[in-house]
Design a binder for this molecule. Sequence first.
Ligand code: CTP
Length: 406
Amino acid sequence: MNGSTSHDRRLSAKRVLLIVSGGIAAYKALELIRLLSKAGCGVTCVLTKAGAEFVTPLSLQALSGQKVYTDLFSLTDESEMGHIELSRAADLVVVAPASADILAKMTAGLASDLATTLLLATDKRVLVAPAMNLRMWQHAATQANLASLQARGVLIVQPDEGPMACGEFGPGRLAEPPVILAAIAQALGAGGPLAGSHAIVTSGPTHEPIDPVRYLGNRSSGKQGHAIALALATLGAKVTLVTGPVAIPDPLSVAAVHVETAAEMLAAVEAALPADIAVCAAAVADWRAEAQAPHKIKKTGKGPPALQLTENPDILRRLSAPGPLRPKLVVGFAAETQDLESNAAAKLAGKGCDWIVANNVGGTGIMGGADNQVTLITASGAEHWPLMDKQELARKLAVRIAEQFK
Ligand code: CTP
């Protein structure tokens, strides 16, 4: 596999901040620097104390042609370039190899040395390539740390499976440098398959106020919509994420607009047009209270108050309506609890969108859960996708969208 030529365009004139943490695989960072430099990408290295047990600052410096940073409290380093500046000057922060220790520190938000301080202070996307003993990799703590980092938008290059330095066999070996290089090129997105396109993604529930303390809402967590926004951005799209109130963070590298109600969501979506792609993953409340009470509704002793409801605007239908601003591809979701395919097909026709991602939300913990099982309905029929985690589903959908745009 030629590690550089196919990625040259995406990598040239970009800057990567490469953090090398401890582990026998640290030597592979040298090959990664060589590949990045060959592709025209500038590399600035930060070496952790543990990393310096395996490779020397001198070898990193010789290959990157740049000063190597190791110390949080070095006066010379601070006078040359503040540590915050170091992460801001990069287009992407890469941790390779990423030890179990640095992943745990990232998860906890520690800032105990230069590397972890940079990782906490950066406003750039972070990509990690883990490498560790297989038992450390399989440990529930490491897996939970990875899941939480991934939920925050950190990109993870899956380690390989194979014989390990410790004599065991299994997953945990650092991915090969050309594979990490490809992931870096993809994360930098400049030349990704969706480069130059704009995608609008709606996500989460909407909250429709009844009075200042009560609202109508639903159980949507926003996990699926947020993952789709991130997956489209990873393929190079410029993404506007319009999200209702959720407890999860905005994915990095998307422009997030926070709204409460369906009317606000529609206004934000319309303000974000024009777009090439729209994915409506939000669970928009179908109804709102006709009038919001200005004060908390009190018990009167004469039974519960009657709630007068009125219909909310249908954002998916508006986006799908023919006209100069209609995105080329409009994808809706169909949350169903019965007759999935026929209901979803009717929704596709009724709303005028191009694809429907239909999921059965009845009783299986899909809403709010980590996994999703969907049927994709397009003009050419229904495709049943197996149960997979929401991030994987998002990546699969983003790849399908990119294929459509080829
Ligand atoms: N949708 C929307 N605006 C609304 C209601 C729904 O944009 N006011 C979008 C959702 O984001 C989703 C699709 O329409 O992509 C279908 O949502 P769903 O709740 O499954 O269907 P509804 O249209 O609400 O129909 P019903 O509740 O009757 O199944």
